[in-house]
Design a protein around this ligand. Structure first.
Ligand SMILES: CC(C)(COP(=O)(O)OP(=O)(O)OC[C@H]1O[C@@H](n2cnc3c(N)ncnc32)[C@H](O)[C@@H]1OP(=O)(O)O)[C@@H](O)C(=O)NCCC(=O)NCCS
Length: 164
């Protein structure tokens, strides 16, 4: 099946919401407890647009299968050249090379937009994501112990970095 990548539109938000809420409910990839509402997702997308932060989706047969984006890492002005990205693939479409197809798009657009470094905040249990990021040259630069609490346990947070 051919994987296509394009910029997200507002029509993609329902499926992006499904993908994101699945991760919130079932994984430690997102440090949220409660699912996003459609309104929260719309606000999220509006914020991306307002800040010129890209959102790309992957599709197969015109069905959205995943997304990648970046946003603010820390709010103060001196952090303006650093961005934190996130990448999610629909649980039914994992291990088909979709994340590998999405990642080059976000790296390229980050470079074009003069982002100096991309940071991934990844739960330390998420070995799949850590291996995936290593493939793209990201290095583990921080391991913060017990930075999260979800599913009745403390979670360690790893930061992985790619200097562009
Ligand atoms: C991490 C995630 C984006 C990977 O997406 P994917 O489309 O399944 O990944 P790909 O098929 O493109 O695989 C890319 C690489 O990731 C790693 N990987 C993916 N799935 C894996 C698995 N089940 N076991 C081990 N490594 C795995 C491998 O290094 C793989 O490369 P390889 O196929 O050459 O071995 C996906 O699992 C996901 O959405 N997870 C939940 C959300 C999340 O953790 N996001 C990242 C938080 S920053």
């Amino acid at each position: 099946m051919q994987i296509k990548i394009r910029l997200a539109t507002i029509k993609d938000l329902d499926i992006i919401l499904d993908i994101y809420n699945h991760a919130i409910k079932h994984t430690t990839a997102v440090y949220s407890y409660d699912p996003y509402s459609p309104k929260m997702m719309q606000d999220w997308f509006a914020d991306k647009k307002a800040n010129n932060f890209p959102v790309y989706v992957s599709t197969e047969n015109n069905e959205v299968t995943g997304f990648v984006t970046y946003g603010t890492f820390r709010l103060r002005p001196a952090s303006q050249h650093t961005a934190e990205h996130s990448i999610y693939v629909h649980h039914k479409h994992r291990r088909k090379g979709i994340a590998k197809a999405l990642m080059p798009f976000i790296i390229d657009i980050a470079r074009q937009n003069k982002v100096h470094t991309l940071i991934g905040g990844i739960d330390a249990e998420n070995e799949v994501s850590i291996l995936f990021h290593e493939q793209f040259g990201f290095n583990k630069v921080a391991h913060i112990k017990e930075a999260g609490f979800k599913f009745d346990r403390w979670l360690d947070l790893v930061f992985m970095q790619l200097i562009l």
